[in-house]
Ligand binder design. Sequence first.
Ligand SMILES: Nc1ncnc2c1ncn2[C@@H]1O[C@H](COP(=O)(O)OP(=O)(O)OP(=O)(O)O)[C@@H](O)[C@H]1O
Length: 266
Amino acid sequence: MTTSTTDAHSNTTADGIVLETEDLTKTFGTLTAVEDVSLRVESGTITSIIGPNGAGKTTLFNLFTGKHAPTDGEIWFRGSPIGGREPHDIVSSGVVRSFQITNFFDELTALENVRLATQARHTGFRPGDFVRHHGAIGGPIEEANEILERVHLSAVADRPAANLSYGQRRHLEIAISLAADPELLLMDEPTAGMSPEETRETVELIREIADDVTLILIEHDMDIVMDISDRIAVMNKGSLLARGTPAEIKRDDRVQEAYLGGGGGE
Ligand SMILES: Nc1ncnc2c1ncn2[C@@H]1O[C@H](COP(=O)(O)OP(=O)(O)OP(=O)(O)O)[C@@H](O)[C@H]1O
């Protein structure tokens, strides 16, 4: 993987590679949170990043979204380098992260929240846009309705976000991410804290979204990971320990030792 060349990167779109990293490294002082990670994510796939606590999964997401700049190495999105670019720039290019219940207004309805999010897309995603436009909701209503339908929230479109169930709020968060029109969507523990019923619905929703959007998930629930993923990337102590299909990962001895059988998984 470390032998990729510049020529290979210029072909990433033609190869169906949406995201690629090479020797990606992030240090915090003396701590190396992500070390020499070389990874390729194919278009139209669901990739799960797994690994014990502190393995570097969140830091990897933060590098993809521009929250952190790489200490070393590079990240390409559709063949263009994005490592160290501004977060709003990266969102505009099509890499979007779904947050957990932090990104919407409780007093506004589900529809109003999604309209605000579509509006933010037209204003360029600079930090504070969402807040600045609060109270001046102008995003296209048809588009917002379509997005709510996609996440199965049409029936509660006119309900204030505060009155939605936990599962519905998580789906609203996904709706807001979709309003940014992502090509690559990063989801951090999309089923965390959900009831079995909500989890089933969310897994189904993730599958539906994956028809149009490439997905990378951080997920701790191994049943979900094995069920939903096309590819699994296993992180351990900042490094990429293994990458493969669920079947390949299940029978990888190093993974068994470091994670699945080591008491770190569920
Ligand atoms: N901003 C930061 N400053 C200093 N250290 C950090 C920072 N962010 C992460 N780290 C450290 O980097 C390492 C990797 O953390 P990270 O959050 O990426 O792991 P993770 O795999 O997402 O873990 P978890 O599953 O617990 O969320 C940890 O040792 C963490 O303490």
